[in-house]
Design a binder for this molecule. Structure first.
Ligand code: NAP
Length: 641
């Protein structure tokens, strides 16, 4: 996959140019063409994005507005081609603000302009690259960092530290990079955040074949990033970290790892980054008799492709985001499929969810690559604050069992309308229509394929509780026995068990898991008191529910961590240990935020809560908020020694 490609020359006819803009939406189209040509008259007031219409198809633009925007953009591109295709100089600050305001449909807070510039990375300008280098600020120190995991977060971290001249070594338990995107190979696996946003700011591509790409495409993307950044040589594949022990004496982490052949190695690092993810360890359900099933069985994250599904009687347990993706495909192969649903997910309609990027838009992306960047900007503008109010609790709103505010109720009614469309059968709709507030648990993107699969004649949706699993299949609490050849567990992950099964010991040999006691917490999701120079990525309370891309969070964390290394080198200190009061105060702030969100007040089952009912996964505030707090480590927050 090509990263940050240069624009191709526009040499096509007027007709080709006009036809190519047929799928483009006004905010990214007009911003990218205005930037390319310097013609700011394209940013017309009557074509400005209205954030109030963000949930509507085509961003709420009318057919006339769409036609007008595409027309004036085509005119500008034709003129650009005719006048020698000389790109306008990079926009100055005022112009950039104007463009961003147009894409986001409102005035831009100047405080966040640097963030938006970083996200845009216009012309491939990587503004998040460290502006320091170890050889300049601490030429005499050999500070090295161990990184656990070469998935989405670990790759970003290794790249940034490598840019800063810090030696890195990555431990990866799999045989390739990509983390979740190399492990989850179940049929239908794809991302549910548009790829122009679900990608690194420093590695944009015009080559996404679909807006929401499938697992092999994503794995290819991460592999391309690893090649392009040159970090593959630092990765030790098929090597799992067993334990990590902090030494107060020499202020370093000692890491014991084991490779696929069982060989153990010891490595010593000044700092250690855990980039193992939250959704990393498959969770098997605690159902009596599970080991007795005599047929083939596997978890969605350990899909066994050697098991023939065609013509088989198949049972699927779970109806989360993973199951919703593979059920339509399994249903096509099975002689009969039975789905066991405990809690139905809310389905969020996204009609182009499985569509290819149209040929015209591909042309546009190749010839005006800034389109991908402005599309990213527009998606970010819509999701940053835009969707959070839909999940925010209004304390006056009663009752709160089905919705938590007027806006949440509006969403509930809108989604309920969608169910009438895609689940015409009343009996089935009664089973699949959730009874809890939308966004209280993870919504599932849908273009109709999942509910339509549930409605097939050869598919049965069972909502009876499972009593036990036995040699022949599953017995439900109504006494009915369901016999299967194959049983598939779409039962999710051990999301609350951060950093398991590693043994991690900090100051005075304290065990991290004992300190947490099942209730993982961290400062900014990154540092933990008593565990100096240990940094987490996608740690506690950094999961994003409705307003953004988890890659954005990892980039913020990578920034904070490399800035922390810089702080240590600049100050001549060996270690930084988060202060307990800073950590505790921060966690109160997090808990307060989560209690004000649908996922915090609802008692529906979800992986967003740990065994104590505390939301230990989610970030309840805006993307801006997290960026602001992770700009630079504050020396006052740490004990430096
Ligand atoms: P999940 O959302 O945790 O869903 C697990 C499913 O298994 C739920 O329906 C759950 O029911 C059910 N279940 C668990 N234990 C059960 C039991 N003992 N008996 C009956 N049912 C049981 O897991 P997931 O679908 O793998 O998704 C996890 C997360 O991964 C998603 O929320 C998302 O963040 C991410 N993901 C993303 C994508 C994407 O980008 N498109 C795709 C897949 C996954 P309850 O709801 O009642 O607990």
């Amino acid at each position: 996959m090509r990263l940050n490609p240069a624009a191709e020359t526009i040499a096509e006819s007027d007709d080709v140019i006009r036809a190519s803009l047929g799928g483009a939406l006004p905010p990214p189209l007009l911003c990218s063409v205005a930037q390319l040509t310097g013609d700011l008259s394209l940013l017309r007031d009557d074509l400005r994005f209205d954030p109030a219409k963000m949930l509507e198809p085509d961003g709420g633009y009318t057919p006339d507005q769409l036609a007008l925007a595409r027309d004036i953009a085509a005119d500008a591109l034709i003129q650009f081609r005719n006048s020698g295709a000389v790109a306008a100089p990079d926009p100055d600050r005022a112009t950039l603000l104007r463009l961003i305001a147009f894409a986001s449909g409102g005035e831009v807070d100047a405080e966040f302009l640097p963030l938006l510039e970083e996200e845009l990375a216009l012309n491939g300008n990587d503004l998040r690259a460290p502006d320091w280098n170890a050889r300049d600020i601490a030429p005499d120190r050999n500070f090295n960092v161990g990184i656990i995991g070469a998935g989405m977060s670990g790759i970003a971290m290794a790249h940034r530290l490598n840019q800063a001249g810090i030696a890195v070594e990555l431990f990866e338990k799999n045989s390739d990079v990509g983390g979740t995107w190399v492990e989850n190979v179940y049929p239908g696996c794809r991302v549910d955040i548009p790829n122009h946003f679900y990608s690194y700011s420093f590695a944009q591509t015009v080559d996404w074949p679909q807006f929401y790409s499938t697992q092999p495409v994503l794995q290819d993307y991460f592999a391309s990033v690893v090649e392009e950044t040159g970090i593959r040589k630092y990765i030790r594949f098929e090597t799992e970290v067993v334990d990590a022990i902090w030494s107060d004496g020499d202020q370093r982490w000692t890491v014991h790892s084991r490779d696929a052949a069982g060989n153990e190695t010891t490595s010593v690092f000044n700092a250690l980054v855990s980039a193992v993810g939250q959704l990393n360890r498959p969770k098997m359900p605690d159902i009596a008799g599970i080991e007795e099933f005599a047929g083939a069985s596997f978890h969605s994250a350990n899909w066994d492709h050697s098991v023939e599904l065609a013509g088989k009687r198949i049972g699927v347990i779970g109806t989360g985001a993973s199951a919703a993706q593979f059920i339509p495909i399994v249903a096509e192969q099975a002689s009969h499929l039975t789905v066991f649903q405990r809690t139905p997910p809310w389905l969020l309609p996204v009609f182009d969810y499985q569509d290819d990027v149209p040929e015209g838009t591909r042309w546009l992306l190749r010839h005006v690559p800034a389109y991908m960047r402005w599309n990213r900007m527009w998606i970010m503008a819509r999701t940053n604050n835009g969707l959070l109010p839909l999940a925010t609790v209004d304390p006056q709103w009663q009752p709160q069992d089905k919705s938590v505010s007027a806006l949440n109720e509006f969403l509930r009614e809108m989604l309920t309308g969608y169910y009438s469309l895609v689940v015409p059968d009343d009996a089935l709709r009664a089973k699949v229509l959730p009874k809890y507030p939308p966004i209280a648990k993870r919504v599932v993107l849908d273009n109709g394929s999942f509910p339509m699969a549930l409605g097939r004649e050869d598919v049965t949706l069972t909502i009876e509780a499972i009593d036990n699993i036995n040699a022949n299949g599953v017995r439900t609490s109504d006494g009915v026995q369901h016999d299967f050849d194959v049983l598939i567990y779409g039962t999710g992950f051990e999301a609350s068990k951060f950093l398991t099964p590693m043994n991690v010991r900090g100051v005075n040999g304290v065990d991290l898991h004992e300190q947490w006691g099942g209730d993982a917490r961290a400062y900014l999701g990154i540092t933990v008191p008593g565990f100096p120079n240990l940094f987490m990525m996608y740690g506690p309370n950094t999961n994003i529910v409705i307003n953004g891309s988890i890659i954005y969070f990892s980039e913020c964390e990578a920034h904070y961590i490399h800035e922390s290394v810089r702080m240590l080198l600049d100050s001549g200190k060996q270690s930084m240990n988060c202060k307990v009061d800073v950590h505790d105060q921060y966690n109160e702030y997090i808990d307060t935020g989560n209690r004000a969100m649908a996922w915090g007040v609802s008692d529906v089952n979800s992986w967003y809560k740990n065994e104590f009912g505390r939301v230990a996964q989610n970030w309840p505030y805006t993307l801006h908020d997290y960026w602001k707090q992770t700009r630079t480590p504050n020396e006052q927050d740490y004990l430096l020694s």
